[in-house]
Design a protein around this ligand. Structure first.
Ligand code: NAD
Length: 301
């Protein structure tokens, strides 16, 4: 859906752009197949969280569509941390497995950080391992968190060159806010990060050409936070209950924000589909790095 009213922001179509990314991945997977290289992604689910079940199912389905082999591992809710670590050690040692994804959250008795850091960094397709986080900050090509990578692609497709633009990232989580800010810096933006302790966040935000929101609070950002013409990326996914039932909304008040912004991601259909596309892209890149088909390069400082 694109706005036909020039006074309203146009939608940034995450479904269409993610389809483009998946096509690129599929093409490169076919090139690798001609060299007898078959990328494989192992997905580990511990317990029976219904939302995690849906995420895992979607990831496996998309992997199949682009020709990436996927392996599903399930452990019961009562599995010990040692059980999980043993399985990861086995997957690390298996040369036919290129990517390892542990679906989060893990049951409360398992230390998530210990599990993430047990994954071989070159198979860490979520990009959460501290070695990959460090590499990202230093501008070395590493496996980079999927959601911020997907947001960067949306921005590049929308704005072209981002150099010199002022970007405000709202939220400073390890999985979205911090890597997002780093990627924007690498793309030569001037970057501000706004968080729960920021003073007068709306004023800072109104200075931004680009606003990326990852807060986890339904519809918190409205038109009053935005400079006219700003490009808005809404990472939030929140289920709210209204008189007509439940529905998904972002962290941005879409109806209000689109009266001021020039382009905006809808929820759903914006950032969501990009995350899976970049998981598969990371699996491809991981297999290329492991097989020496791709070498790491450093980004310009
Ligand atoms: P998080 O809870 O880890 O972090 C939220 C951040 O928001 C914190 O850094 C906090 O400082 C900041 N914050 C809280 N209140 C604030 C306020 N009043 N003003 C400014 N900043 C404030 O959340 P997260 O994991 O980064 O996720 C954020 C949202 O993105 C959630 O809705 C989540 O569901 C969604 N998400 C979506 C995808 C996707 O694929 N689309 C992926 C990851 C997360």
């Amino acid at each position: 859906m694109t706005s036909t009213n020039p006074a309203l922001a146009r939608d940034i179509d995450g479904k269409a752009i993610s389809a483009k990314v998946l096509d690129e991945v599929r093409e490169e997977v076919q090139v690798l197949a001609r060299q007898q290289i078959y990328p494989a992604l192992a997905v580990l689910l511990v317990g029976e969280d219904p939302a995690s079940e849906v995420y895992v199912r979607n990831k496996l389905l998309r992997a199949k569509e682009v020709g990436i082999r996927s392996l599903e591992y399930r452990l019961p809710e009562i599995a010990s941390q040692n059980d999980v670590l043993q399985l990861i050690a086995q997957l690390n040692a298996d040369v036919t497995v290129n990517g390892i994804l542990v679906q989060l959250p893990l049951p409360a008795h398992i230390d998530e950080a210990a599990v993430i850091h047990a994954i071989d960094p070159i198979k860490d397709v979520d990009g959460f391992h501290r070695e990959n986080v460090g590499g990202l900050v230093q501008g070395i090509e590493v496996l980079t968190p999927c959601t911020p990578s997907g947001c960067m692609r949306l921005l590049q497709e929308t704005c072209g060159d981002l150099s010199g633009l002022h970007a405000v990232v709202i939220g400073r989580s390890n999985i979205v806010g911090k890597p997002m800010a780093t990627l924007l810096l690498q793309a030569d933006c001037s970057v501000s990060v706004v968080h729960s302790r920021s003073v007068d966040a709306p004023t800072l935000c109104r200075m931004a050409d680009i606003v990326v929101v990852a807060v986890g609070r339904p519809q918190m950002i409205d038109a009053s936070w935005l400079k006219p013409g700003a490009v808005v990326i809404d990472v939030g996914i929140n289920r709210i209950t209204t008189a007509s039932g439940t529905r998904l909304v972002g962290d941005v008040d879409y109806a209000s924000a689109r009266t001021v912004a020039s382009a905006i991601t809808p929820v759903p259909g914006g950032v969501g589909p990009m995350t899976i596309a970049y998981l598969l892209k990371n699996t491809l890149v991981a297999s290329q790095l492991q097989r020496g088909v791709r070498t790491r390069h450093s980004m310009p400082l």
